[in-house]
Design a protein around this ligand. Structure first.
Ligand SMILES: *Cc1c(COP(=O)(O)O)cnc(C)c1O
Length: 461
């Protein structure tokens, strides 16, 4: 058994919490491709984005040059209520696996919203308040983002309008009630409160909604109401920037004990937690100061990196958002209804897409029953009940630790444990009852999604 010179939990002191975010784009020689206006196919200018998004957030979105961005004091104060998050040495898991690998995880589930999403929600709410806005609108699927945003808005006294995919609204009443506890108004989408919602309801009566449709409603409400803007909880550059607090804290904690991870693993939905976790380490790799192996883990049922195309595509099903160059399955791709484990976005952060395309990062796709098996194994020895999304990272961390057992290598593994799974017990129930099935889309299924990727000169894939 490993020596215990490293504590089970490494916490930073309050004055060691980062006061700046790190913008990895500044250190990328080849930058992520710019967002395009879908009408003109020209790079979007700030003034085209500010009617939808907050001004300061647009500036962060387009900032490819400043490596460090000061975290405003009010956001730092809020961070101190639930940060630093612990960096845990998984001694119990190592023992259970009987592996020579050293496993660490950065746990972001220690706040009421239950995930890392609060790190960006509080920043976005702050800038909306600074701009003198009345409120913000957003969509939520499973509800983690809506929950985090409603907490952040209530802290700054902002109105928060959440469009929640109707099927989740009905099936996840508890998350909905957490949002309402924090003062958000939650509307099942599609709804009759927007033009786009009424149109969809007319064309598809009885529909249970989709994320793409909820985005369209939230954007409409933001652009049609004075003093409102739209906010998004993943995918965007600004969100990766805010989430860099995860990686900066993890690195500072490891540096304290001279620990250097060999590999860093994270689950990838839109890429925000993974991007945030790896940013400072990737920065060192880009500058040639250190080398690390980075692994993005995605569901085999929604394999954007491992089977997607690197092309300009729409971020939403309604095709109203800008075009982003990313690994994508096509904006019309919807993972099978059997898919329980989150991470169901068809595209991926442009920053991570570019890093992956340059071969600086790897990706693996894993099947959901193997993910829940890993989740249960982890819960039983490490105590934490992990979110299904986070459990994708657990699965690959365990796989890698087992490889070390075969080879005898003492690799140091760091993975991101993004949240807790208390609201996902229906999926756990399916797993326990043996009714959970794995679904891997066929090439024909994927071809349908690819057919919807816009075609224009320069967008060959
Ligand atoms: C939203 C979410 C994810 C995936 O989003 P990313 O932007 O890819 O980080 C992962 N884990 C949890 C717990 C989440 O709530």
């Amino acid at each position: 058994m490993a020596d215990k010179t490293i504590p089970y939990k490494i916490y930073l002191k309050e004055n060691e919490i980062p006061d700046r975010w790190y913008n990895v784009r500044a250190d990328m020689k080849k930058k992520p491709a710019p967002l395009l206006n879908p009408g003109t196919l020209k790079p979007l200018k700030a003034e085209e984005l500010t009617p939808i998004f907050c001004e300061e957030l647009v500036a962060q979105e387009l900032n490819d040059t400043d490596a460090w961005i000061q975290i405003p004091q009010e956001i730092q104060d809020f961070y101190r209520m639930y940060r630093p998050s612990p960096l845990v040495r998984a001694y119990c898991l190592e023992k259970a696996l009987d592996t020579p690998a050293k496993i660490y995880y950065k746990f972001e589930g220690n706040n009421t919203s239950g995930s890392h999403k609060l790190n960006s929600a509080i920043a976005q709410a702050y800038y909306a308040k600074q701009q003198g806005l009345k409120g913000v609108t957003t969509e939520t699927g499973a509800g983690q983002w809506g929950t985090a945003l409603s907490m952040a808005c209530s802290y700054f006294g902002l109105d928060c309008k959440v469009y929640m995919v109707k099927v989740s609204y009905e099936q996840k009443p508890f998350r909905r009630e957490v949002m309402r506890t924090y003062g958000a108004s939650v509307t099942p989408s599609p709804s009759d409160t927007t033009e786009v919602g009424r149109k969809i309801l007319q064309a598809h009566p009885g529909t249970t909604g989709s994320l793409g449709c909820a985005i369209s409603e939230a954007v409409e409400v933001a652009t049609h109401n004075e003093g409102y803007r739209y906010v998004l909880g993943s995918v965007l550059n600004q969100v990766l920037l805010h989430q860099s607090v995860i990686g900066l804290e993890a690195k500072a904690a490891m540096d304290k004990y001279d620990i250097k991870p060999d590999m860093i693993i994270g689950c990838a939905g839109g890429g925000s937690n993974l991007g945030g976790l790896i940013s400072p380490f990737m920065g060192e790799k880009l500058k040639g100061e250190a080398d690390y192996q980075f692994i993005a883990v995605e569901p085999a049922s929604c394999p954007s990196f491992t089977r997607g195309k690197y092309a300009y595509d729409f971020c939403d099903t309604g095709m109203i958002c800008p075009l982003a160059k990313m690994y994508t399955l096509g904006s019309s791709f919807i993972p099978s209804a059997n898919h329980a484990g989150g991470l169901r976005f068809h595209g991926m952060s442009t920053v991570l897409s570019e890093l992956y395309d340059q071969g600086l990062m790897e990706a693996r796709a894993v099947e959901q029953t193997s993910v829940f098996k890993a989740a249960e194994q982890f819960a039983r020895v490490e105590g934490i009940l992990p979110a299904p999304e986070s459990s994708h990272a657990i699965k690959v961390a365990i796989d890698e630790a087992m490889k070390c057992k075969e080879t005898g290598e003492e690799k140091t593994i760091l993975f991101g444990l993004t949240g807790t799974g208390y609201f996902d017990m229906v999926a756990y129930e399916q797993f326990h009852n043996g009714t959970m099935v794995d679904y891997i889309p066929t090439d024909e299924d994927l071809a349908q999604g690819f057919a919807g990727i816009p075609s224009f000169p320069g967008n060959e894939f």
